[in-house]
Design a protein around this ligand. Structure first.
Ligand SMILES: Cc1ncc(COP(=O)(O)O)c(C=O)c1O
Ligand SMILES: [Zn+2]
Length: 425
């Protein structure tokens, strides 16, 4: 069944060009990705975005027509009313766990930040504040589209048994995963490094997640042991419930809601054109999804992909990819592991930018560039954000560090967007 009101029609791998129809259940990874050749990432294939006639309380309901999980459900005959109910049921269960659901998060001009950065009253620093969202960060949006896909598949009889969900993380993504899994009463295995704090472990326990401290085994190949155990679990049938596009492309679907919200909110504030968007880049799903969404919904807004001087694999790959039209085909040469990542912004110390293709495309097509913040700027931005009333971690204020790094080239009248995320715990 083809529902022509839905914009997403399928998936296409950026690396090998494989196409996967939208009706395919559990279309998480490229069919050609293997343990030896994991460098594939599926991207959403979509017609032009449909601008929602009116905004609903729930952002996933507002943008139903543009979401891949919904197009999947529609392709199997699930109608709009039932899709909306599914979102509402889960949202209600999430509120019971976390007191908040997927309503649009605030987007406001920060007077303090605009003044401190000496922006004029015509322009300023506009903050998308994710700290009060589900799980205290943007991560839950990425996981909610995976969960909706799974719940839809279950209801449509395309998923006979519930495989466990699996994630390797000891930060905001793990917390978001545990919150959603508890709400859906779906078992979740969280693979964490041995050094994870006991306090964080207790929070995951309270949410009912099964926490696995992952020690390095003598026969392990190089790499993060938590990630190796996660991959083993997925190999045995667990669902990759993760915010990394190459592991599960469906995460990029829900992440786009943040960009769409910003475009709608900017226009409601009477802003005709946003001038720059700064996003902190760890694994890269955040910048890839938001960049793609903003290119769709508000025309190209130059995207500045912010990394720290202590870990900047995306910026390095960007330079290496200069003049190369299809960098995905040269993935292994261009995106290489960063030795000894270090920064106070410890949530973006991913030694590889897994979603670098999506980030690169969004940065190139919007006319932005990568920015490296010095460690001093990372610290200054964190302090500045707290003075301005944002209770975010140094990871979640790192986009602002990028603004400090690029301030000289920013006009005083510009509208500059940063995302504050990752509430301090
Ligand atoms: C608060 C916060 N901001 C930004 C990021 C970066 O997101 P991504 O890893 O998708 O680049 C993370 C996640 O690692 C995060 O927790
Ligand atoms: Zn592929």
């Amino acid at each position: 069944m083809n529902d022509t009101s839905m914009t997403v029609t399928g998936w296409r791998c950026a690396t090998c060009g494989s196409e996967v129809p939208i009706a395919t259940p559990m279309a998480f990874r490229c069919p050609n990705a293997t343990a030896n050749d994991p460098r594939h990432v599926m991207q959403i294939v979509s017609g032009p975005r449909v601008n929602p006639l009116e905004r609903q309380a729930n952002t996933f309901i507002t943008d139903d027509q543009n979401l891949a999980w919904a197009a999947f459900a529609a392709a199997h005959g699930m109608d709009r009313a039932r899709r909306d109910e599914l979102v509402e049921e889960l949202d209600k269960a999430i509120r019971a766990v976390d007191h908040v659901g997927f309503t649009a998060t605030p987007f406001e001009r920060s007077v303090e930040l605009s003044n401190e950065l000496e922006m004029s009253s015509r322009g300023g620093i506009w903050v998308k504040d994710e700290t009060g969202g589900v799980g205290g960060s943007q991560k839950a949006r990425f996981l909610f589209s995976i969960l909706l896909h799974l719940r839809a598949a279950e209801e449509l009889g395309l998923l006979a048994e519930r495989p466990p969900l699996a994630i390797a993380s000891c930060g905001n993504a793990a917390l978001a995963a545990a919150t959603l899994a508890k709400a859906a009463e779906w078992p979740l295995d969280v693979y964490v490094p041995t050094w994870m704090s006991d306090g964080f472990g207790r929070r995951l326990d309270e949410l009912g997640a099964r926490v696995h401290r992952s020690e390095r085994r003598s026969d392990d190949p190089p790499g993060d042991p938590a990630m190796l155990r996660f991959r083993d679990a997925v190999g045995e049938g667990a669902v990759p419930f993760t915010v990394q596009g190459p592991e599960n492309a469906l995460c990029l679907d829900g992440g786009r809601t943040l960009g769409w919200e910003v475009c709608a909110q900017a226009s409601a504030h009477g802003i005709e054109q946003l001038d720059r968007m700064f996003i902190q880049v760890g694994g890269g799903a955040f910048a890839a999804a938001v960049g793609a969404a903003m290119n769709d919904a508000c025309g190209p807004v130059p995207l500045f992909a912010v990394q720290t001087e202590g870990c900047a694999p995306f910026e390095r790959a960007w330079r290496r990819a200069d003049g190369i039209e299809h960098p995905a085909t040269r993935w292994a040469d261009l995106m290489t592991v960063w030795d000894e990542p270090a920064s106070l912004a410890d949530g973006i110390l991913d030694d590889e930018t897994y979603d670098w293709i999506g980030v690169l495309e969004a940065v190139r097509s919007s006319g932005g560039r990568p920015v490296i913040a010095s460690e001093q700027q990372v610290i200054a931005a964190h302090q500045l954000a707290h003075r301005a009333g944002f209770d975010a971690s140094a990871t979640g204020t790192a986009g602002l560090a990028g603004v400090l790094a690029a301030r000289d080239e920013i006009g005083d009248d510009e509208h500059v967007v940063v995302v504050m995320s990752g509430v301090t715990r």
